[in-house]
Design a protein around this ligand. Structure first.
Ligand code: AMP
Length: 474
């Protein structure tokens, strides 16, 4: 379905004005489908990934429905919470609320975001002034409910954004507690990038006769994203990554990239290792303070750092427009996470690249991913060029050897010396990386708020030279 303009969707002039100012002219498919249904008062189960315009698909009709209740009075009693938007992560909550503010700027509707990781007391005064639209992560919302700083008795619209991720993150008990506190008479909108049986069950439990809409095949990866797998033993991943990031790997060209790791620890260490290599990087994960996470995101969006190393949870919902590349340093064990990760690139019709560094131990996950996305990803054996000071890890691992041999073409005669003079690592080594075996000691730089200027001054010259697409911002 294509809708040429927002004007035909039944939105008020104040909302259309904000859209026009923001430069939106044409609704995306999910918006064209969802907006009329929400305005009719239907419950929705919508299958849409981040990047499809799903936020506006629920925020615009939600504003439209609340408009008659908007009040210019300063009395908090005139501004009860009427719409509750729940998101799995802080970053997504912040982004959704930013969108609400943009679209509601010409209305008298107000919004607030509450999430954990910051002092709850700082949120309470804002809540007391009254807000119609509350965006929250489940845990912090429950804290506020317990402290009686939030009253949800007037909620008439509920949005569960990225519901699949909320279930993955174990929010089901929290959701049940929250939903039990809401008025029974309300409209429910559920958005999910993937459709699992649990999601269907959640939809059966909480939605009333929902209309199902879907903009992309569920569990599909975007056609705009070129996917590639490099086979590489764990011990060589860092060296390969550095080669790629320095644009020294084949014709892979990197300007800005999000690198996914499985754990917070790996994210921290990898980001520091990249910084040591003169790559302007920072990590974004759950052990960082909210301030640090936001500073990293702001620096990345501004192009002050080129590389963001992130865990799934922290990166969920990040909307970074025009992100050209995603690298899976480790592929996820849950195949749905792969879909979410690579959904960070190739958004809104742009082209993107997704590179996965896959060790023999991870082959089993790759098989599951390919089953889910119904697509065989192009694979290549990685060739690592080792400089003199690169990490060494030379012991053969029969386990890795066997795992690789069973599933892939191998060249056993592969020599560690190529005739181009570059020393290349032997292919089969222990799945052991000296860097990652060190006990974790947070450095001062890891716990201090990120200072983009410091990062820039340290590495600017080298980064500018090494990363072709890098734009100077000062
Ligand atoms: P979302 O899926 O909500 O995360 O949105 C993805 C991106 O698309 C965001 O950067 C939005 O600002 C942008 N976007 C949403 N709706 C439109 C639209 N109708 N026209 C152009 N860009 C849009």
């Amino acid at each position: 379905m294509t809708t040429a303009s927002f004007d035909t969707l039944g939105l008020a002039p104040q909302i259309l004005k904000a859209l026009a100012e923001f430069g939106y002219t044409t609704p995306t498919p999910i918006q064209a489908q969802a907006i009329p249904l929400v305005l009719e008062g239907r419950d929705l189960m919508a299958g849409a990934q981040t990047g499809t315009g799903k936020t506006a698909a629920f925020v615009l009709p939600l504003l439209q429905k609340l408009l008659p209740l908007a009040s210019s009075s300063t009395s908090p009693a005139r501004h009860p919470v009427r719409a509750l938007i729940l998101t799995p992560t802080r970053e997504l909550a912040i982004q959704v609320e930013e969108s609400v503010k943009v679209y509601a700027k010409h209305t008298a509707l107000s919004s607030l975001v509450v999430f954990g990781g910051v002092d709850i007391k700082t949120q309470t005064p804002h809540l007391k002034t009254g807000v119609e639209i509350l965006v929250a992560t489940p845990g912090r919302l429950l804290d506020h409910i317990e402290q009686k700083t939030i009253n949800l008795s007037q909620v008439q619209m509920l949005v569960l954004d990225e519901a699949d991720r909320m279930l993955d993150m174990g929010f089901m008990p929290d959701l049940k507690r929250i939903l039990a506190l809401l008025p029974k008479q309300r409209q429910n909108l559920m958005f999910s990038a993937t459709f699992s049986n649990e999601i269907k069950k959640l939809s059966d439990d909480f939605l009333t006769n929902p209309t199902l809409i879907e903009v992309a095949r569920s569990n599909a990866t975007s056609d705009n994203v070129t996917q590639k797998v490099y086979h590489v033993v764990q011990a060589d991943k860092q060296a390969l990554l550095i080669q790629i990031l320095k644009n020294k790997y084949n014709n892979v060209n990197v300007s800005q990239v999000i690198i996914f790791t499985k754990t917070k620890l790996t994210a921290s260490r990898l980001s520091r290792a990249l910084e040591k290599e003169g790559i302007a990087a920072d990590a974004i994960h759950g052990d960082k303070s909210q301030q640090e996470r936001m500073a990293a995101l702001v620096a990345f969006k501004a192009g002050k750092i080129t590389t963001l190393v992130a865990t799934d949870v922290a990166a969920r919902g990040l909307d970074i427009s025009d992100l050209p590349m995603v690298i899976n340093y480790e592929i996820p064990s849950a195949p749905e996470d792969y879909v979410h990760r690579i959904g960070r690139t190739g958004r809104a019709g742009a082209s993107g690249a997704a590179i996965s560094l896959v060790s023999p131990d991870e082959e089993k996950y790759l098989v599951e991913i390919e089953k889910l996305i119904k697509h065989v990803i192009t694979k290549e054996e990685a060739v690592i060029e080792k400089s003199a000071n690169s990490y060494k890890s030379e012991t053969k691992s029969p386990k890795e050897y066997g795992a690789r041999e069973s599933s892939h073409r191998v060249n056993r005669n592969d020599s560690s010396k190529q005739n181009d003079g570059n020393v290349r690592t032997p292919r089969y080594k222990v799945a052991h990386d000296p860097w990652f075996d060190k006990p974790y000691e947070p450095s001062n730089s890891a716990i201090k708020p990120v200072n983009p200027t410091r990062l820039m001054s340290k590495s600017k010259a080298r980064v500018a030279a090494l990363l072709g697409g890098f734009k100077k911002t000062d």
